[in-house]
Write a protein that binds this ligand. Sequence first.
Ligand code: DOR
Ligand code: ZN
Length: 456
Amino acid sequence: MTASRRTTRRSSPEGGRSRDLALVLAGRTWLEGKIRSIEIGIDEEGTIRAIGRSLQGAPRHDVGESLLLPSATDLHVHFRDPGRESEPEDFATGTLQAALGGVGLVADMPNTRPRVDTLDRLRAKEARVQGRALVDVLLYAAATPRAPIDLLARRAGAFKLYLSPTTDVDEVPTSADLDLLLKRVAATNLPLSVHAENPDRFDREIEPANPPDWNRVRPVDAERAAVDSLRRRPRSLRLHVAHVTDATIAGRLRKEGDSFEATPHHLLLSMRSGDGAKFKVNPPLRSERQRRALWEAFVRGAVPCLASDHAPHSPDEKQRPFPLAPSGMPNVETMLPLLLARVRAGDLPLPVLLAAACDRPARWIGQPRGRIAIGHRADLLVVDFRERRTIAARGLHAPCGWTAFEGWEGIFPREHYLRGRRIVEGGEFVGDPDGTIVRPEFAPDRSAPQPRSITE
Ligand code: DOR
Ligand code: ZN
């Protein structure tokens, strides 16, 4: 399966010191403004130890004309494990899709059944990851007024706060509870992702029949009001706003220095892209004009993170009458391939995509990954831009069996390395279930190691 891992001692000209390399990957990458040849030396632990034009002495795998890129980190997935019978997703199936879609680390949301709001429930979820996950996993705990925040912070990787009802979330904090909750989370130093919609701004008079109606029920104004309510937070809080749909809100968050994400569906689809409940998501798909403004902000590099909000609802549930159908769509396998296809089409600069999909999400959760840099994890993809594929649900691996991106073009990684071990080869999974649970290793931009990066 993997190249042999015999360790060879050699001196690496650009790594500066003699290191034991277990594998050298040779190919091309984005370097100082253009595509150049590169060799990456990886040690036995799966850390990048040398970067150069010609590294010798260790088993070498040459990927030829293909690109070597860092794997993505997806800050927002719902793997429903433990979950409902109707959704046959779990950590094994979810992380398989991640591996094949070029995502080496997923952050799993706490709105499972039961919700992850006690230490026992968090431990129970950890047990489901171990021995099953094919890529690394970070677990969110639910930040609710009654949750034991300090206890949860000892094991969780981050917190998630819902300011509005959504799938398996009925209760949200009152405005009085919110201030205290934000203070308690800030004191833990763990990052906090927020679902920012204010339900007071929802229009409950409308009986929604299609995505444009859904956009009127849960308007952008509700997002704006929720983001406003976060202004009173402690400055030390490591805040991240999930699925921002509007470029003006994005601009404001950026000015304030907060982290946030946009999803592939809000970047690529509008409320007119499809009629049925498959296109029902929270927050809703917006107008084509708003979508285009968000896309333009993304292309300019003004959206720090890309995240899938992978929500694998069953086709039966999605076929219910629109008002009763659940919100969300599967996306973890297609997120990076869809955006790599936009790079190939010349619509999106590759370094912008790498920053949003790989580097910045990893920084927000304090993980040394997401760049081809010494000291970073050797989680790497081999991508050939000539290998275009038409996305079809039957060629994907989501047990729910549908995608809103049927017929779109995707560029899927040909190989995926996790800690220097090949887990995907020729688009097939060839690894083992040895994904690990990760937590922040450093606070972003403070004690973060400053590896010498070649893909910034
Ligand atoms: O569309 C969504 N689906 N938005 C959410 O906030 C939750 C998610 C889910 O869990 O299904
Ligand atoms: Zn979500």
